[in-house]
Design a protein around this ligand. Structure first.
Ligand SMILES: [Fe+2]
Length: 549
């Protein structure tokens, strides 16, 4: 292993490469992102500010501060795996006792090992970070082997981080027997404990899929088992503080350390029900976009994601992406917030989503949940996918949840019911390409939902073209079961819906079928609670429609 270690150590050429290409992105990585980069300049990485340090050594890292307080109190994380690389993340959280080190750049060593006992080093990187990026560290750990686990840690001066485990994707054309996903969303810190993360951390999954509402900006005093620090964040420092508080949770840290995460966001990473450049208060868009830029930047600083805000337009940050799991699955992660059309038929006094009836604006074909550039990116790759399963991960519920009223059917304008023509475009893409085995994975609505998707919702003359599993929240409170009963009664496409329990969904994908196991605990999720299986739903390959398992 020593020889491999020497070979794997960065050569001068590697340093040059890394300095010019500070992400360490391979040509393959870039190729995968070329289309999006051509569409917009939004994807230039903020990580360019984070330079690898030429000529540095582990001794330099060891020469760093003698920390009075552990700077790795936010833990470690990995994410956005590819067959040959993964993002490794940490952030030095510098306490008052070490305030003298805050203003200085810090060199951090990142080490990757092939074994859990850390006896087989694979590669190492030295990166410099500073206060301008809240001392966050993103290493694109490249040159890895496909389809296997790695272990990693960071070193800064006298401090060594906890050890994380990560996993690369299988090779693009590898035949693989299964993919196991922990599907998660909505973790309001005040409304419950992260017992779901505690269970996922102990479970053998390939990655955690987080579908949005990682932090919450606001509070509801009626549902509070613990408290946010500070008020509603508006500034970069306030969003950083909110993220740091969430990342301080031991169960969340354990879940990040145990598995790579694949992520998208929803609204609460910025503010409830924002749509593109508009918030619920109809704040001047230029002012709101500065807040959105602060929120996106704090998000990047705390997440194991490849790309940060566009330096030229810091209110833009690309999060949507595509990954493959061998020949078994194509997986798209979509952004339902940044590019969407404003809400239809809004209340002039209070923006955001609301329930409307008879809103003709909903049928405007120009309206989009994803924005036209993301739609144009998604549809061709979806239509041309040759992998068995097509998993479309996005932040909310795609199936309709309207209710019949004397004035007509209701629509909640913040969800896909607020973008029905865009939903038809998505489902028509699947129908026209005659795709089988499309599963939409969602979150946001704080309930478990299993539903079938038709171009014309709830019309049994319109064939089922895809199915949907929405996972309940990790901790955020759900809607009343009385209202949900009306929704179930009015939407036969929904075959399962429960809003009274918190948890996650374990999704096992095999060539022959998919099994979704909904793991839950009653609300609120309390510190010592255990999860049980609320329901299991299955899809057989080539057979439309979910069945109870
Ligand atoms: Fe939520």
């Amino acid at each position: 292993m020593a020889r491999r270690w020497m070979e794997a150590r960065m050569s001068d050429a590697d340093f040059l490469n890394t300095t010019n290409n500070p992400h360490g992105l391979t040509r393959r990585d870039w190729g995968r992102r070329a289309l999006a980069l051509a569409l917009a300049s939004w994807s230039l990485p903020m990580a360019q500010a984070q330079m690898s340090v030429q000529g540095a050594s582990s001794a330099d890292a060891a020469k760093g501060p003698r920390w009075q307080t552990d700077p790795f109190g936010l833990g470690v994380a990995s994410g956005q795996p590819l067959p040959d690389s993964v993002v490794l993340w940490t952030r030095l959280l510098i306490a008052e006792a070490d305030a003298a080190h805050k203003a200085q750049p810090q060199t951090v060593l990142c080490e990757v090992f092939a074994d859990e006992a850390l006896r087989q080093p694979v590669r190492q990187w030295w990166v410099q970070t500073d206060a301008s990026r809240a001392h966050s560290v993103h290493v694109i750990a490249s040159g890895l082997q496909a389809g296997r686990s790695y272990w990693y840690r960071f070193v800064s001066g006298s401090a060594t981080s906890p050890v994380g485990r990560t996993r690369t994707c299988p090779g693009d054309n590898d035949k693989v027997a299964q993919l196991r996903i922990a599907q998660t969303s909505c973790q309001h810190f005040e409304q419950g404990y992260y017992v779901a993360h505690r269970e996922i951390a102990k479970r053998d999954v390939d990655f955690v899929l987080f579908l949005g509402d990682y932090i919450y900006e606001s509070s509801n005093p009626r549902y509070m088992v613990r408290k946010h620090i500070g008020g509603v964040p508006q500034t970069l420092d306030e969003y950083r503080q909110r993220h740091a508080q969430y990342k301080g949770d031991a169960d969340l840290q354990a879940c990040h350390a145990a598995h790579p995460w694949v992520m998208t966001w929803d609204d609460h990473e910025v503010v409830n029900d924002y749509a593109n450049d508009q918030d619920m208060k109809y704040t001047d868009p230029q002012v709101f976009l500065r807040r959105r830029a602060a929120a996106y930047r704090a998000y990047f600083e705390h997440m194991p994601v490849r790309l940060g805000p566009d330096p030229a337009q810091p209110h833009q940050m690309r999060i949507h992406d595509q990954m493959r799991w061998g020949q078994l699955a194509d997986i798209w992660t979509l952004d339902c917030r940044q590019y969407r059309s404003h809400h239809a038929c809004p209340d002039p006094n209070r923006g955001g989503g609301r329930v409307v009836v008879g809103c003709t604006e909903l049928r405007d074909a120009e309206r989009s949940m994803l924005g036209s550039a993301q739609e144009q990116w998604l549809y061709p790759s979806l239509a041309q996918s040759t992998r068995r399963w097509k998993l479309v991960a996005q932040s909310t519920q795609m199936s309709s949840s309207g209710i019949a009223t004397p004035q007509g059917r209701s629509s909640f304008t913040d969800g896909w019911d607020g973008y029905p023509v865009a939903r038809e475009r998505f489902l028509n893409t699947i129908a026209q390409a005659q795709l089988k085995d499309v599963l939409v994975l969602g979150g946001d609505v704080h309930m478990n939902v299993a539903a079938n998707l038709r171009v014309r919702p709830n019309d049994d003359k319109s064939p089922i073209v895809a199915s949907e599993i929405v996972t309940t929240s990790i901790s955020s409170r759900g809607m009343s079961e009385t209202l949900l009963a009306h929704i179930r009664d009015n939407n036969p496409d929904i075959v399962h819906a429960r809003s009274d329990e918190r948890g996650y969904t374990f999704v096992q994908v095999q060539p022959s079928g998919v099994l979704a196991q909904m793991r839950t605990t009653p609300h609120p999720a309390m510190e010592g609670s255990r999860l049980q299986t609320q329901a299991q739903w299955a899809l057989a390959s080539g057979v439309p429609g979910l069945v109870k398992a």
